[in-house]
Write a protein that binds this ligand. Sequence first.
Ligand SMILES: O=C(O)c1ccccc1N[C@@H]1O[C@H](COP(=O)(O)O)[C@@H](O)[C@H]1O
Length: 219
Amino acid sequence: MIQNQIKERSLKVKMCGMRRKEDIAYANEVKPDAIGYIFFSKSKRYVTGQQAREIDQNLDQKILSVGVFVNETIEKVTEIANEVPLDVIQLHGDEDVIYIEQLRQQTDKEIWKAVRVKDTKDIKEAQQLPVDKLLLDTFTEEKDMYGGTGKVMNYDLIPKEGIRKPFFIAGVLHSKNIKEITKKVHPYGIDISSGIETEGYKDLKKMKEIMQITGGRHE
Ligand SMILES: O=C(O)c1ccccc1N[C@@H]1O[C@H](COP(=O)(O)O)[C@@H](O)[C@H]1O
């Protein structure tokens, strides 16, 4: 069950890759709908469950905590989800329908599935998955590159008639391209990480800019 409710606004904003207590302070100031922690050890934004737990204690209760996992065991995912505790589990690897159904039996938290979109078939198949929300991200052949690829997604692959599940878009979103892309594909929300960083660290000024562009901060 979701512990915190996302306050109603037209476009949801998730800011991902939080690692430091300063990042949480910035999030509390700008108030996105959700923040994310990367529990993938090959990522430069990797945090352990313990590190996320420590900084998450200071997160504004109205902001959702999302844990990003890549091909992790179900035991580890549920352990970290309870330890932090997380509101949402985001699967960002090659997890299939069997994995998702098994995870569903172990947790009542929301499950989001990231799909690295190579062609329209990927989106069609993703709509059948037993998840609460989808996240459409850039596809790359690069090994171990599951997210934060530095490459823009091909948004033309999103069907004009829309998608049956609420979906976030991701993939090098930043203050200059968000308006144009969201107008074109009408997502439920945006997920942004590198676009709110400077030299590898979250940047308060960039975070503020994103909130202004997407409709202002929550109160
Ligand atoms: O950020 C990472 O290193 C990462 C690693 C493994 C899986 C997901 C990851 N990040 C997610 O990738 C997208 C796009 O981020 P960006 O804005 O293009 O930098 C986003 O969902 C991040 O949460």
